[in-house]
Design a protein. Structure first.
Length: 255
């Protein structure tokens, strides 16, 4: 289904003369939504031939999900409605941003083909449930601040799952990481994360499972959420050996 969506748009664009356009008034866009604590995607943007790329930045630290989402929704409206068609690549906390827009302002993304989710935090992370635990592990990878009244308020499993209706009117295609025991930092987070995980989010979050806890990639999912069947780097949508930070690059590799 994902491949057919892309081929259909490429055919229609050629028929109506949109090939090669790169202006926000009329075009085809791959919109990238970064994760927690980041100021942007940071390079490595990819797109099918003839598509433009957008690094849509938002406050991923001190703002709540709803506060940050106002600007995200405005940006998505520019590139995903009217005469524009878009694909959204959502990494980590970025999945909560596009998920909320789909739930509360679907008109802003009326021409969204699908969401490519990678290392998705749509179901929250158990690491965010305790600020001291979160700060300890994030400090090891260069992020040493907890934001309990900002982004972290909806990064707990309970906060993320209560934030909006996760059933989606548009299809999602998901890949998730499964870090190995040789990575000692993420091996330690297994004390807090149920089942398979990428060191930060467990499968119940990465694969859009309807319930938290120990889950497999084939769990019961919210409406519209699917395993990515064609993402070559990840067999069966599971990226073995990839931790949460490696998953950021997987989204751009799935076209």
């Amino acid at each position: 289904m994902k491949t057919w969506l892309l081929l259909g748009v490429l055919f229609l664009a050629t028929m109506v003369g949109l090939e090669g356009r790169a202006d926000a008034a009329t075009g085809r866009w791959v919109v990238y939504l970064h994760g927690r604590g980041e100021g942007g995607w940071g390079g490595g943007l990819a797109a099918p031939e003839g598509w433009g790329t957008v690094d849509l930045r938002y406050n991923a630290t001190t703002a709540t999900l709803a506060q940050a989402n106002a600007g995200v929704t405005d940006g998505l409206r520019r590139f995903c409605s009217g005469d524009n068609v878009c694909i959204v690549v959502a990494y980590s906390n970025g999945s909560l941003q596009i998920g909320r827009t789909l739930a509360v302002a679907p008109d802003a993304v009326e021409n969204l083909l699908y969401v490519q989710g990678t290392g998705a935090a749509m179901g929250g992370s158990e690491l965010a449930s305790d600020c001291k635990i979160a700060e300890f592990f994030t400090k090891l990878v260069g992020q040493s601040i907890c934001y309990p009244t900002g982004v972290d308020a909806t990064l707990t499993p309970s906060g993320a799952r209560a934030a909006y209706d996760h059933n989606s009117p548009r299809p999602w295609y998901l890949v998730g990481g499964r870090t190995g025991a040789l990575n000692w930092i993420w091996y330690a987070t297994s004390l807090f994360l149920p089942g398979s995980h990428d060191g930060v989010v467990a499968y119940h979050s990465a694969f859009g499972c309807t319930q938290a806890g120990r889950k497999s990639a084939s769990c019961a999912k919210f409406q519209g959420l699917n395993l990515d069947p064609v993402c070559a780097p990840c067999r069966g949508a599971e990226c073995g050996g990839d931790d949460h930070f490696a998953m950021k690059g997987r989204g751009a590799a799935c076209f």
